[in-house]
Design a protein around this ligand. Sequence first.
Ligand code: TGC
Ligand code: FAD
Length: 390
Amino acid sequence: KDLFQAPDYYNLDDLLTEEHILVRNAARDWVKREVSPIIEDFAQRAEFPKSIIGGLAEIGAFGPYIPVEYGGAGLDQISYGLIMQEIERGDSGVRSTASVQSSLVMYPIFKYGNESQKQKYLPKLASGEFIGCFGLTEPNHGSNPSGMETKFKDMGDHYLLNGAKMWISNAPFADIAVVWAKNEEGRIHGLIVERGMEGFSTPETHNKWSLRASATGELIFDNVKVPKENLLPKKNGLGAPLGCLDSARYGIAWGAIGAAMDCYDTALRYAKERTQFGKPIAGFQLQQKKLAEMITEITKAQLLAWRLGVLRNEGKATTAQISMAKRNNVAMALNIARESRQILGAMGISGEYSIMRHMMNLESVVTYEGTHDIHLLITGMDITGESAFK
Ligand code: TGC
Ligand code: FAD
């Protein structure tokens, strides 16, 4: 299991810079050393391994593309993607923590916050001293966040926040939450809510069969007094949270490749070693078909992610292009996890191997950050000019 060989069938490394490869290899080595040996145990116990937070910060997983002056790693979009790929090779739940911290907490503070908010929060988030979460989804509003009911009222010297969010990654132990809520005119704004504010609680969601090594919870606001300086001033409307999702979904398009690579690599090595009917099962056409289709799909996904990274570096990637990559690459990874599990036979269901954990994790990844269906409809809207949501 320690011999992970990253598939690179089309010599994609030739498209990467020296810096990309250094960043990728540092993340890969760290995941191999610090995540892979412990993650199965934490997933079985449904616990997030808090001891890896410092390491995540060191490999640049918290704010990879946030400028160095705010504590970020100052890297480009392809480095960001490669870091997510390596982390998710270890576990989608660990990648979730990094995605939320970087794209859903640091990004909105960096993009929509004022200078004092950036100075106050970004360096602490980059170092892992603070962990953040992002509250958009509500009990009655998942795919359609525009209907959100969480609201705040201007009380003169502060805002009064009421409502509830659910399915929130990192919520149970987050120090701060970027919360999306409507003002009295029904306009959506982002507010920074800090742990310890009276009336704010974060109960954990238990009994998950997916993302077990990631903590998920609710955010409950019962007359929470939020200081006025905690409102993100530079953007409002649904486009503000959706802009954060563009960044997180892009990272997931890369991350899913990591999970797929790990499943493929495990299945390929198992198929070469496992003998039935007098020969390695890799010698049977049915198993070769599975493996050949896997490497084809991984290669296509790698090229999609790389090209999207180039477009993002140039500031040209559209929301619809990001949707296509998130949808395609996550579905690809989920299919590969399911096929890989079969190649391992009974061993495929065992925690001795990572495949079943990846498979169960990916059932969340295919749902969060916009479901598989929603991303298809975003593509449909883009190519036809007709919204299926209205
Ligand atoms: P619609 O009318 O299309 O748009 C409303 C306004 O937003 C603008 N806009 C965007 N702006 C910036 N970036 C984007 N990606 C944008 N997409 C849309 C749009 O131009 C419009 O602006 P304006 O000025 O005209 O008002 O909105 P809609 O209500 O029809 O909804 C569209 C839809 C369904 C695509 C959207 O609501 C959607 O994406 N729903 C999915 C919800 C979702 O993805 N939730 C994720 C929650 S966070 C999470 O899951 C974290 S998981 C943890 C982890 O990452 O690991
Ligand atoms: P629904 O919106 O109720 O959808 C149910 C089904 O209906 C889906 O199959 C969907 O595709 C389909 N559907 C919905 N609308 C349409 C339509 N117009 N046309 C066709 N089909 C449709 N949210 C956060 O804000 N922050 C987080 O940190 C976060 N972390 C999460 C962690 C985990 C482990 C999970 C599972 C979820 C997390 N989420 C988070 C929530 C996630 O973003 C939502 O679950 C997701 O957006 C879908 O919403 P829903 O679950 O309410 O499903």
